[in-house]
Design a protein around this ligand. Structure first.
Ligand code: FBP
Length: 552
């Protein structure tokens, strides 16, 4: 493999651990806190997790290590979408295991949870692991979206662990994967397998956070990468002064990524799905809102601007989600074949018109034809519209264009409007982790090993106080059941980790709301530039604005 100079340099970077994990494994002891309760539905969650519910929060401290020093054989799994820093979780876990006892073994199950089901693995050694230190990507063992959730799968996982003498599994994943980690931990405990399960909070979407988990890893690097690109586009817009840029950013559901990018770059417009839902904003209202900014800026001679659109936005627009639900219903089962067999778009259009309510048809008729057709092209394995594939950046710019044409006719708009479209998603998921993510991830992995050593199961590796320098970070663990509640999923009540949406009364959104009117008409762009790995701490180690504001 040919290495870039940065990759070679990053191999040498020594990630920073929380102060209490820096004194060597023999100097790490545990302080137990109070027994925990789930955030809601306590009775039901307790019933479902009789062996792992109600355990105590724990914090590691400097002091004599009192764990049993047996040999550890651990398996690790990467689950779901890539997030910068995943390699470092594994490196931190490996280093801690080997520092504790050089005979400890780390298995990496390949290509996500399917790896443990197929007993497809690698065994890590120094040479292998050193190639991945401080690098982006999940290619060290690959990832996948298979869910570990059925009894049969758990039996197979238990058998694979028995075969290799594995005494703990570390699952690096988002809210769903860690929910499944808790269920697996309960199964292993109930069946007295002796296998512990520890989770690590991952996702660029930033929606795995709560009172205990300050942020998921990857969010920092991904948002800094997108913000660099958005800042570059802002500078281009401000130089050429002829385009409005509509930029969609990843985030399957919650708008944390869009909001963070807006806080970093101060664009003219940033939509926040959670606000759209709370205000029950219609497509038309959102389009009017953007059009006003375009017109106001044009009136000041600025025929350019930048609008950030979160990937998940359409699901938050009430009338749009009703439309999608009706389309899903309309095309359920054999009806999809009937629809697909229709030879022309005209005939398909009539089929749709007959099959959905007049209210939804009104919304459908508003959409540009390209978007209308996207609603019928790509279906997920359950036959549903894949909303993340809808090009909402094009949808909004088309609606704005139409509105401006009407205003032009009425003589109320005299400017020009020309749009460019971008989607930033995969560009950020495998970037070289920022120093923050490199440090945080290494600490999460190192910490997971300590949780295993001390015999905990059903815990999420927890590193907090993250807005402070790493020396002051606090390492410990939190029972996953504490983060759970009961939600309706696929027609059934399920215990799940509560997904964190943007809180409209939270400081990040409040800061944005207090400034956006000004940003909408002025050119107050901020150009963050590329992530820096070497240089002053205030440039290289800064956390996200979201975290800084939340911890103010
Ligand atoms: P995770 O929740 O698994 O971390 O993945 C999040 C995400 O990156 C979303 O932002 C995006 O919508 C989705 O994955 C894309 O998924 P895929 O990698 O399957 O295209």
């Amino acid at each position: 493999m040919k290495l870039s100079p940065l990759q070679t340099a990053r191999y040498q970077y020594q990630p920073k651990l929380p102060g209490m994990l820096r004194n060597g494994v023999s100097e790490i002891c545990v302080e137990e806190g109070e027994p925990t309760q789930s955030v809601a539905d306590q009775e039901k969650i307790r019933e479902l997790f009789p062996n792992t519910y109600g355990k105590k929060e724990i914090v590691f401290k400097k002091g004599k290590n009192t764990s049993k020093a047996g040999k550890q054989v651990v398996g690790v799994i990467l689950s779901g979408g890539q997030a910068p820093g995943g390699h470092n979780v594994i490196c931190g876990l490996y280093d801690a295991l080997k520092t504790t006892n050089k005979d400890n073994v780390l298995y990496g199950f390949k290509n996500g949870p399917i790896g443990i089901l197929n007993d497809d693995y690698v065994v890590f050694d120094d040479e292998f692991i050193n190639e991945y230190r401080n690098t982006g990507g999940f290619d060290i063992i690959g990832s996948g979206r298979t869910k570990l959730e059925t009894e049969e799968q758990f039996e197979v996982a238990a058998e694979v662990c028995r075969r290799h003498g594995i005494n703990a599994i570390v699952i690096i994943g988002g809210d769903d994967s860690n929910t499944n980690a808790a269920v697996l931990a309960e199964y292993f405990a109930a069946h007295k397998t002796g296998v512990q399960v520890i989770g690590c909070p991952k996702t660029i979407d930033g929606d795995l956070k709560n009172d205990d988990i300050e942020c998921s890893f990857g969010f920092d690097t991904a948002t800094k990468t997108y913000s660099e690109l958005i800042g570059n586009i802002e500078r281009d817009a401000n130089s050429a002064k002829k385009y409005w840029h509509f930029i969609k950013v990843m985030g399957r559901s919650a708008s944390h990524v869009a909001l963070e990018c807006a806080l970093q770059t101060q664009p003219n417009i940033c939509l926040v799905g959670e606000e759209v839902a709370a205000k029950k904003m219609s497509l038309n209202e959102i389009a009017e809102y953007i059009t006003d900014s375009v017109a106001n800026r044009a009136a000041r001679g600025m025929n350019f601007g930048v609008a950030i659109i979160p990937e998940g936005i359409v699901e938050f627009i009430p009338e749009f989600s009703v439309l999608i639900a009706e389309i899903n219903e309309l095309l359920a089962g054999a009806k999809a074949d009937e629809f697909n067999a229709l030879p022309t778009w005209q005939e398909k259009y009539e089929f749709i018109e007959k099959g959905i309510t007049p209210e939804s048809m009104k919304v459908f008729a508003l959409l540009p034809q390209g978007i209308q057709q996207q609603l019928f092209l790509e279906r997920d394995p359950h036959g549903n519209v894949q909303v993340s594939l809808i090009e909402s950046e094009k949808l909004f710019s088309a609606l704005v264009k139409e509105k401006l044409a009407q205003r032009k006719k009425a003589g109320t708009f005299k400017g020009k409007f020309s749009a460019q479209h971008h989607f930033f998603g995969y560009e950020g998921r495998c970037a070289f982790p920022s120093n923050f993510d490199a440090d945080y991830c290494y600490s999460l992995g190192y910490n997971a090993s300590m949780l295993i050593l001390y015999g905990y199961t059903g815990y999420l590796s927890k590193v907090s106080n993250l807005s402070k320098p790493a020396e002051q970070w606090v390492a410990g663990g939190m029972p996953i059941t504490k983060m759970m509640n009961i939600e309706r999923r696929n027609g059934k009540d399920k215990p799940v980790i509560r997904k964190a949406l943007v809180e409209l009364d939270g400081k990040p959104f409040q800061y944005f709301a207090a400034h956006r009117e000004q940003w909408a008409v002025e050119t107050d762009f901020v150009y963050p530039g590329a992530i820096q790995y070497y240089g002053p701490a205030e440039v290289c180690d800064a956390t996200t604005r979201t975290l800084a504001l939340e911890k103010e």
